[in-house]
Ligand binder design. Sequence first.
Ligand code: OSB
Ligand code: MG
Length: 369
Amino acid sequence: IPIKTIRLRKLNMALVTPFTTSFGTFHDKQFYVIEAEDEQGHVGYGESVAFTSPWYNEETVETNRHIITDFLIPALKGATIKHPEDVDYLFKPFRRNLMAKAAMEGAIWDLYAKQQKIPLATALGGDARTIDVGVSIGIKPSIDDLITSVRQSVNQGYKRIKVKIKPGWDVEPLSRVREAFPDIDMMADANSAYTLNDIDTLKQLDDLNLMMIEQPLAHDDIIDHATLQQAIGTPVCLDESIHSLEDTRKAIELGSCQIINIKIGRVGGLTEAKRIHDYCLKHGIDVWCGGMLEAGIGRAHNIALTTLPGFTLPGDTAASSLYWHQDIISPEVTVQNGVIHVTNKPGIGYDLDVLALEKFTEETEAFSV
Ligand code: OSB
Ligand code: MG
């Protein structure tokens, strides 16, 4: 995969509505768009997913830039990359910094697919023509606000509703949503806000017929999650705790979860995401594709990944308009009756909206490879 230039653009986009999790509230998203260009003018796009503060994991927008410009781009110089999977190997000497690696690897996967003139989904081995989509609903000022928001999402056709929880915002709001919507597919995401001391609260959620509870315990734990899974009936899904195929194997062997949320950035790129998918498919573990409030490039990568056969549960890949006044891809991501129709254009499958890209760009840097 000959690469001539890597460009970084720093973007800043305001969210349509603030999004609150157990660890904080987002008003906007800053990120890097990575452009990998070859001699023929093909451009592959990647999007960094870390937040401005290290509160979901240890990475930030600026650690992503540091690792990309000081280590990952230099590692590409003089390297022979025959396939995007070689990039995963090339970045192995650098510990962690998985979101930085994923942004770079993503741009190269897109470039590769465009050079081959095939959709990224096809390059990954996926063939689904539509993917099922759910929505993640943040912590709201009141239960009435939450119910209003759930009603809108149900009316829009989303296939499952995820409700963010934290201590003090759990059994009561979830029970009220369940009363109002007895039959919807519903789940909760705690973003690591509980400990085993909260086991009585977590047991009460068993009465609410949840599809799963996502990452209830510490971000770096798989031991206590196994204890919790023994004690509750609701399936545990891991998000923050899973960074690799090895983490996946260990969590499954320990019984720490029954379901895995795969996020490309959290596991260091599409290559590792696919390995985790393949392992889970072989071992009968359901997976779904999580989200990081990405703009269109990141979402397009998520959509391509979700076409693999093991993605049996709806992902967090809701419509662009829920997050952004204007997205950076054209057309933007739309959801009809809870599904996204996968495009068959080469690469990520969406064109960049060049004017929007320019509008949200604060800085640009270019590096020759
Ligand atoms: O844990 O999945 C998460 C948003 C920010 C940080 C972490 C998470 C989330 C979401 C939203 O749940 C997913 C999305 O719509 O992109
Ligand atoms: Mg989560």
